[in-house]
Write a protein that binds this ligand. Structure first.
Ligand code: ATP
Length: 244
């Protein structure tokens, strides 16, 4: 169903074909993780929410894949964390941005940014650098699901707290991010929404969640879980079995 949704969206111009390839990379990593949320991802997701709740200017950045697969979850998270939402696409055309903003607004997200960029992220070529002062440019904490490494590195270089959601534990985005949630987009966002609702009026809960996250150890744990998963399959009779 997910693949079908993305292919339809690509035919309609909402998602670039490169987004379909990126999805395939994600699926491959999800197999290696056992297609489940690891405890490490849960800890990272809760820390990510804590950063968003404690931010002055939280921002959720949405590209084509994210809008098509998770518009409702993005809306829920934006409401629970009082974050702004901005459409930032890698392969920018005005038509695609307009269609994605319209899709998000139709799903009940108010005043989505991205139509009229008035700022430029330093060090990136023009279309990918376009952004809004009201949005990602002046935000202090940014969620960038399924982001590319160059932009993530630029955002970190601008002094922002960067939160990634990305199934590839080795991606440059995850390596650059302050908090790396190695999980499937929709699974991760649902955990984040639930925790945001729980912690939004509980500052101590957010502080504890933020303090419980240590990035290097967390990513080591993810790689260890992949290794264990592979070893479990390799030692099964015939070398293959259920993907858990
Ligand atoms: P980087 O530049 O960060 O090293 P990349 O070149 O793969 O990585 P992109 O193609 O922009 O950069 O990244 C998309 C990332 O999103 C990939 O790492 C892919 O595994 C991941 N991804 C794709 N679909 C999903 C999904 N549904 N949930 C979580 N992650 C996903």
């Amino acid at each position: 169903m997910t693949r079908k949704k993305l292919v339809t969206a690509a035919r309609e111009g909402l998602v670039a074909w490169e987004g379909i390839i990126a999805h395939g990379r994600g699926e491959a990593f999800d197999y290696l993780l056992g297609e489940r949320t690891l405890p490490q991802a849960e800890v990272a997701a809760r820390a990510a929410v804590a950063y968003l709740l404690r931010a002055d200017r939280p921002l959720l950045s949405v590209n084509g894949n994210v809008a098509v697969l998770a518009a409702d979850e993005i809306g829920d998270l934006a409401r629970a964390t009082r974050a702004r939402v901005e459409v930032n696409v890698f392969h920018r055309t005005e038509e695609r941005v307009e269609a994605l903003v319209a899709l998000l607004e139709e799903r009940g997200i108010g005043r989505v940014l991205g139509r009229n960029p008035d700022a430029s992220l330093p060090g990136l070529e023009h279309p990918r650098a376009l952004s809004s002062h009201e949005g990602i440019y002046d935000a202090d904490v940014v969620l960038v699901p399924l982001e590319d490494g160059d932009r993530a590195e630029v955002l970190v270089g601008m002094g922002k707290t960067v939160i990634s959601i990305d199934l590839n534990p080795l991606s440059r985005t995850n390596r650059a991010a302050t908090v790396a949630v190695v999980d499937e987009l929709v699974r991760a966002l649902r955990i984040m929404v639930a925790f945001a609702r729980e912690a939004k009026d509980e500052p101590e809960m957010a502080e504890t969640a933020q303090g419980a996250y240590e990035k290097a150890g967390n990513l080591r744990g993810v790689l260890g879980a992949i290794q264990e998963n592979l070893e479990a399959h390799a030692t099964e009779e015939g070398g293959v079995g259920d993907n858990v």
